[in-house]
Design a binder for this molecule. Sequence first.
Ligand SMILES: [Zn+2]
Length: 163
Amino acid sequence: MTDRILWAPWRASFVLAKKEKGCPFCKAFKVKKDSVKNLIVYRGETCFVVLNKFPYNSGHALVVPNRHIYGLNQLNKAESDELFDVTRLTVKVMKKTLKPQSFNLGMNLGRCSGAGIPEHLHMHIVPRWNGDTSFMMVLDKTKLVSVPLDFAYDAIRKGFEKL
Ligand SMILES: [Zn+2]
């Protein structure tokens, strides 16, 4: 029996959101003009960078292969190389634009590891600032995301353009 429960009320907007039909990454990728609507801030040859609509933190970005693939072994060499190159590039851009003190990077392979969209591989990049998590989230049902999504979108997109 569990004697502790960690509530994550800020996830309610994601959990209760109407489930989109089809793959949201493929849908965003197909949009011709990138904007705060599809949240794509950068497109490479084989992968793109999209901001998370339900961020764990300000500027939470995802590096996503253009192809709808779920496994690391499905990446070809060019995709594998660019996925990491673009991850490094995104970290560089965020350091300049959002000035975080550190980062969490990672992949959840499969649903039970926490992947929200396990059918389309993606790398999470979560910028972190000192004191960016607090018990406000637990006690107050309030997730502190200090930078609005449209502001983060503009800043990061401009950062990529300046490279
Ligand atoms: Zn997809």
